[in-house]
Design a protein around this ligand. Sequence first.
Ligand code: NAP
Ligand code: ZN
Ligand code: ZN
Length: 347
Amino acid sequence: MTLAKAYAATAATAPLGPYQFERRAVGPHDVQIEIAYCGICHSDLHQVRNEWGNSTYPMVPGHEIVGRVTAVGAHVKGFKVGDLAGVGCLVDSCRTCPSCQRQLEQFCEKGAAFSYNSTEMDRKTPTQGGYSSSIVTDEAFVLKISPKLDLAAAAPLLCAGITTYSPLRHWKTKAGDKVGVVGLGGLGHMAVKLAAAMGAEVTMLSTSKSKEADARKLGAHHFGLTSDDATFKKLAGHFDLIIDTISAPHDYNKYLGLLRVEGSMVLLGVPPEPTPVSAFPLIMGRRSLSGSLIGGIAETQEMLDFCAEHNIVSDIELIPVQQVNEAYERMLKNDVRYRFVLDMKTL
Ligand code: NAP
Ligand code: ZN
Ligand code: ZN
């Protein structure tokens, strides 16, 4: 066992503060990582504040984890001490169910073990995330990070990167496709970069006029202000695929009208409350409304390799861990450009 230093939430209403806990001893298949950086995802905030109603405390959030390997178990083949490594939202799954066999561990039919606010597959041992000094994870759930990428800026690829890459691949985005990205935050800015790298014609749909110049720098070809009804008239029937990353309740029906015939809108954002969906924009054009959850381990590695090849990382604000509560408040004001990353040596 190793004592890990961390920042944890002890209740839905309390700010995060310093905390210590034991990481398990390194087992034969385990990789121990000294965490260098951890991204802050809006899902961290939803769970810290129990907005999804499933939170347990104390909770050490964080699932955009990168660092260096400090120990490996006797049977580990893919990693050695000193390697760069990452851990995302998944730390284990049953490995035998139909979803696991299809490399869709995120949909494990026994319920995957998530990095925090979850349990190991024994369903007893709580998992704790990356706002901490170290992590011990089975090598089957550890990712390789290219030394070509800036390490701190690569951390958000482990969630924001894979969550946006996976639907782009699933809906077979190709050169010339018209992709709309809704919400320019952590996920949104990765969606813009990845869709543009796949050759799509990308439109950023945002409530923040002040982000227009940034959206274009990130790779968006067009910008639509969603507080302006003219945007919805102009872009009606336009998109092959819409990627919705909004974290708060909003009207999906308005955006469905922007899809072409047989276009798809995929929900990535997880607002705490449900939203009514009208049949009309769906039947008028056989459009689809869908959702997507992160991505499997093999696809996450594919995304990391794609990012290394195309030199894609996140645009980050690197902050000391002591500023995490402030970062949450800024995230709630749409004031993140475009991902906060915690520098874990400040712990
Ligand atoms: P974020 O950085 O806070 O970005 C969210 C963006 O949504 C904001 O920057 C803002 O963009 C827009 N937005 C926020 N409130 C809005 C409102 N009331 N109306 C309209 N637009 C609003 O969050 P994130 O880390 O990207 O996460 C986004 C969502 O995805 C969260 O709900 C998170 O839990 C979820 N998530 C899902 C998965 C998955 O696997 N499906 C994985 C990770 C995260 P503009 O300023 O451009 O309008
Ligand atoms: Zn996340
Ligand atoms: Zn499974």
